[in-house]
Ligand binder design. Structure first.
Ligand code: SAH
Ligand code: SF4
Length: 359
């Protein structure tokens, strides 16, 4: 019998998921189609699973977007090689290390190094950056630099990085190929399996609202996240960029994105799920909604101001102000929903946790 107030079929499906039974693709499609009070019930269920499995604390990851050069031509992204309007930048090694030190100074224990696929940053250079950040700051390092070889993943791990974010973007082979010309879903999934095999904490995820995407594709996205046993999940709305071939496409739907996030929490239980910047870009309250529907991570942007606006993956990214200001604001709005920032390492539960300090 259901404890949730929702239509019978929705309540039954939500309860099926909450009690740990596997949802079929058809079940997920139905849940992605619910609305009104059924949606409220779904989000509340995700919120209580989040509380039960990963607690009320919100983990921070400081992100540094160190290069907007990209050799890929993804239809959705402003950094695509086919966008001549974008002024390109690369942060040099000392600048990256200096910025990582600011992450450390703000007591944020982990740094995410993100960029386009930029072969200027060879294996040797990336390894040196990783080693220096480890030696000079002790920060936990997450990489998000696209598809690389098995040997690269091995070398980066050996150098001291141990988390990798590589969103699968969409679990539809055809849509993937259409959206990422010259790339294959199979190769991206291979990278994810290598990462898991090498012991990386592995993040994947998708975009919600890509043109041509269906609810069936979204169900496949969620089942893929579960099947991979991913440790981190990035789920954000697609945002149309004016200088890309998808300029005239509609943006992803916020409610559908939040439902995806809620289902991801219910299905995967103890993963780390950020309230993505893309959500906050389309809806000022988007990140707060996400944090109340299963999310438990926020990623303040530490990229130096002069580069921030050039990291133009999608338009309208909103995190203005210094990292200190962003974190102070975050602390206030988290307090408004009874949550606290935790300056801990934020490994997926069951993995090593360095004694975190609450504030
Ligand atoms: N080059 C790396 C990392 C940088 S892109 C990679 O592609 O993996 C980081 C993420 O930005 C991508 O995973 C994608 O999901 C997201 N992204 C790109 N364009 C976007 C858009 N128009 N709207 C929303 N998210 C977008
Ligand atoms: Fe490059 Fe990543 Fe943008 Fe694709 S999504 S164009 S790989 S930065």
């Amino acid at each position: 019998m259901s404890i949730f107030k929702a239509s019978n079929y929705a309540a039954d499906l939500i309860e099926k998921a909450v009690t740990g039974y596997d949802l079929s693709p058809a079940d997920i499609v139905r849940l992605l189609s619910i609305s009104g009070k059924d949606t409220k019930t779904l989000l509340a269920a995700a919120d209580s699973i989040r509380k039960q499995y990963v607690g009320d604390e919100v983990y921070l990851r400081g992100i540094i977007e160190f290069s907007n050069f990209c050799e890929r031509n993804c239809l959705y992204c402003g950094l695509r090689i086919g966008n001549p309007k974008l002024q390109r930048y690369r942060m040099m090694e000392d600048e990256i290390i200096g910025t990582a030190k600011q992450v450390k100074e703000r007591q944020v224990p982990t740094v995410v190094l993100q960029s386009g696929e930029d072969s200027f940053f060879t294996t040797t250079i990336i390894c040196r950056i990783i080693q220096r950040i480890r030696e000079e700051t002790g920060l936990i390092i997450t990489l998000s630099i696209g598809e690389r070889s098995y040997e690269d993943f091995q070398a980066f791990k050996k150098a001291g990085a141990d988390r990798y974010l590589l969103k699968h973007e969409t679990a539809s082979t055809e849509l993937f190929q259409q959206m990422r010309p010259g790339c294959k879903l199979e190769s991206r999934v291979q990278c994810l399996r290598w990462l898991k095999g090498l012991g990386w904490e592995t993040g994947t995820g998708n975009m919600v609202g890509l043109p041509g995407q269906t609810r069936e594709t979204l169900a496949a996205d969620l089942l893929f996240m579960k099947q991979l046993d991913a440790d981190m999940l990035g789920i954000g709305p697609f945002i149309a960029h004016p200088d890309t071939p998808l300029a005239n496409s509609a943006n992803g739907d916020i409610e559908l994105t939040i439902k995806m996030l809620a289902l991801a929490r219910i299905i995967t239980r103890d993963t780390n799920i950020p309230a993505t910047t893309a959500l906050g870009t389309l809806d000022a309250g988007g990140r707060l909604k996400a944090l109340q529907a299963g999310a438990n991570v926020v990623m303040p942007d530490f990229t130096p101001f002069k580069y921030k606006t050039l990291y133009d993956i999608y338009p309208g990214r909103t995190d203005v102000g210094s990292p200190a200001e962003i974190i102070a604001k975050l602390k206030n709005y988290l307090a408004s929903i009874g949550r606290t920032i935790i300056f801990g390492s934020g490994y997926r539960p069951g993995k090593t946790i360095n004694s975190p300090t609450n504030i």
